[in-house]
Design a protein around this ligand. Structure first.
Ligand code: CO8
Length: 256
């Protein structure tokens, strides 16, 4: 597929995906979702890619769903547009490679929801976060009502959703919405360093950590523990045994 909004660069096993429609602050339109779905399938199949970084071009990460595209939608079209976004962001959650958001600027509405569908977020100190939907007489439609409270807790979520306040990267850090804040010119360097660190770990262990941690949060605690034990056991006799042997032999593991 020919990509017009998404630019991808792969270096040393890390795919850096840049959302590039800066004239509209990278607002999410139908074309974005078509491209993102196709790209996720490609990255999923590409064995060279171990970790994915998502970032935005210009002063925004993503300033929300495309208001110009949504303004004339009827209820049925609104539901459809919401579901397309939900399914795409679920794919980001489900892909069995870690995904990191490197939030360079505004992450508002659908942009904050996109960032929340990644595994964790690193932000430039210029980034701003918020769910401004109620300003437009709307509510989040890409699972923001569900993910925000799971990430920052109920009261922080409701505060952001009710007030539509834009918060700084440091406030987002305090709430746990981002995991690290850096100078703007360090954002990609730092995201790459984190991605490379993850890529150096046992690849199957990393995939299973994502699967088990995410599944556990969606289902019940005991089912999560069952899955954890099963996946834990599956690493013995191969990657786990190699990692433990390497530790005892004081050498680097040889991941397959
Ligand atoms: N959609 C479409 N265009 C946008 C959007 C957007 N979300 N945000 C910015 N733009 C456009 C502006 O219209 C402007 O275009 P133009 O130059 O043609 O006038 C251009 O980007 C630059 O924007 P500004 O001039 O406004 O830039 P500022 O630096 O002055 O302001 C802000 C930056 C504060 C980010 C401001 O642009 C803003 O408030 N944007 C809207 C933020 C917002 O409300 N986002 C939430 C949208 S709703 C949403 O995301 C719901 C998700 C769920 C959808 C479910 C589907 C049904």
């Amino acid at each position: 597929m020919k990509y017009e909004i998404l630019k991808t660069e792969i270096q040393e096993g890390i795919a850096i995906v840049t959302i590039s429609r800066p004239e509209a602050l990278n607002a999410l339109n139908s074309k974005f979702f078509t491209e993102m779905n196709s790209l996720l399938e490609e990255l999923d199949k590409n064995n060279e890619v171990k970790v994915i970084i998502l970032t935005g071009e210009g002063k925004a990460f993503v300033a929300g769903a495309d208001i110009a595209e949504m303004v004339n939608m009827n209820s049925e079209q609104g539901i459809k547009f919401s579901k397309i976004g939900q399914q795409t962001f679920n794919k980001i959650e489900d892909i069995d490679k870690p995904v990191i958001a490197a939030v360079n600027g505004f992450a508002l509405g659908g942009g904050c929801e996109l960032a929340m569908s990644t595994d964790f977020r690193i932000a430039s100190n210029l980034a701003k976060f918020g769910q401004p939907e109620v300003n437009l007489g709307l509510i989040p439609g890409y699972a923001g009502t569900q993910r925000l409270a799971r990430i920052v807790g109920l009261s922080n979520a409701l505060y952001l959703l009710y007030t539509a306040d834009m918060i700084t990267a440091d406030e987002a850090l305090r709430m746990g919405l981002v995991q690290k804040v850096v100078e703007p010119d360090q954002l990609i360097t730092e995201a790459l360093a984190m991605a490379k660190k993850i890529a150096s770990k046992g690849p199957n262990a990393v995939k299973k950590v994502k699967k088990v941690t995410r599944k556990g949060l969606l289902g019940d605690f005991y089912a999560g523990c069952e899955l954890e034990a099963k996946e834990f056991g599956s690493l013995f006799g191969n990657e786990g045994t190699e990692g433990m042997t390497a530790f005892l032999e004081k050498r680097k593991p040889n991941w397959k």
